[in-house]
Design a protein around this ligand. Structure first.
Ligand code: PNS
Length: 164
């Protein structure tokens, strides 16, 4: 049984994330999508909201589970007997940040491999921040987020914009 972890902030989930999760699910017996804390970011969605959106957006993928974890990614990976961490790599701009995290994680847990899947060309530009910016200013976010969670994400972004 080979388990991989797909970690991230997922604030909120995008079609780019779903592409990586779907492709990872074909390479491993089980994929656990882990919603973790990135100390560099101030999330708009709560952990529970992000987990709920991911659960809905991955309902059709049998070997995918969603979890939240407040701690080190390598500890979560070890607790779940994972053999790899899988991340999407969009562009050269992602590389330095992702490389730093991968090397840190391999220092903390030498047996844990990080694998990068190159993002599909149609998702190269996409990020959760883009979704929030477009939604906040009334743009159409439907090309960027899974259909089944579009309304929920939009509603939450609009609530947020009223608070500003
Ligand atoms: O989607 P993101 O924000 O690029 O994901 C980054 C994330 C959440 C995977 C990263 O910040 C993380 O692993 N957080 C958990 C704490 C941890 O293990 N930090 C050490 C790795 S540098």
């Amino acid at each position: 049984m080979r388990t991989a972890i797909c970690p991230g902030s997922f604030d909120p989930v995008t079609v780019g994330h779903i592409d990586i999760i779907t492709r990872a699910s074909k390479l491993f017996d089980k994929v656990i999508v882990a919603v973790l804390v990135n100390v560099e970011k101030k999330p708009w969605f709560t952990i529970n909201e992000r987990i709920d959106l991911l659960k809905k957006a991955t309902i059709g993928i049998d070997n995918v589970e969603i979890a939240g974890f407040d701690g080190l990614l390598v500890d979560f990976a070890k607790q779940n007997n994972a053999c790899a961490i899988v991340k999407g790599l969009r562009a050269v701009s992602d590389f330095e940040y992702e490389f730093q995290m991968a090397l840190t994680n391999s220092k903390l847990a030498p047996d844990m491999e990080t694998m990068f899947l190159t993002t599909s060309s149609e998702h190269m530009y996409l990020s959760s921040s883009i979704v929030k910016q477009v939604g906040l200013w009334g743009g159409d976010i439907s090309p960027f987020v899974p259909d089944c969670v579009h309304d929920e994400i939009l509603m939450r972004i609009r609530q947020r914009s009223k608070l500003k």
